[in-house]
Design a protein around this ligand. Sequence first.
Ligand code: NAD
Ligand code: RM4
Length: 253
Amino acid sequence: MLLEGKNVLITGASRGIGRATAIECARQGADVALNWFKDREGIEETLGEIQRLGRRAIEVEGDVALPESAGRFVSAATQALGGVDVFVSNAGICPFHAFLDTPPEVFERTMAVNLHGAWYMTQAAARRMKEQGHGGALIAISSISALVGGGTQAHYTPTKAGVHSLMQSCAIALGPYGIRCNSVMPGTIATDINKEDLADPAKRRYMEKRIPLGRLGEPRDVAGCVVFLASDLARYVTGASVLVDGGLFVNLQ
Ligand code: NAD
Ligand code: RM4
């Protein structure tokens, strides 16, 4: 019960890594507030699983790309749960596209959701934590893509480097308030975001072969790391980033 008594807010919690993180946080004793967008069926499933664990959960619809979604989410969570202890910026998109003909709309939407959304949400959660006066933990779901490129991800990888950098700057800005800021860098985790990209069996096998642990990641592999960073076990960890990639990043030679 690493998160007993904590209220955890998570964006993009209707499926994938966000859902697994919400469920693991609840299993560890947290109450949760879940942001979602255009995926009612998914969020109902996440809520159902959390209620079965006997924890409190609320859902708040909102497009993270809109600045006003952030204040609404944090206010609703504060009202329903009583405060904000942990905030996880997870919502993201990756519409794989060849660089040379990526249209401006695809680039701008990816930036707006992944980077601007993370920024507004993080700021709103941090403001609330400062008001409460007892610290907190901010965690961004960055990526191995913050460190390496992707030929069909040139609009995406800068957003993941961006949220990693955001956590580094926030660690400095918010340290005086006892607010810890870290990022998690998943490798390749099998979710809907890359279902199509990995549908080609040759590409999937190639990816699997490059991972020392011999398999793609599962959403719950990432959730465990988020729980650690959110918990008091990580009380002296801030400004850090943790790769959760089965060893993929170091497997260069
Ligand atoms: P996913 O597609 O399963 O989940 C993405 C979630 O974000 C969904 O619940 C979706 O509804 C939500 N979302 C999308 N746009 C939104 C918006 N505008 N407002 C609010 N919610 C929105 O994908 P996932 O793999 O679980 O991705 C979650 C995060 O993990 C993303 O930030 C992604 O960049 C990151 N990540 C994923 C991988 C991977 O290999 N799957 C690797 C590294 C990082
Ligand atoms: C990650 C990483 C993965 C990819 C997802 C969509 O950051 O690049 O390999 O599948 O994004």
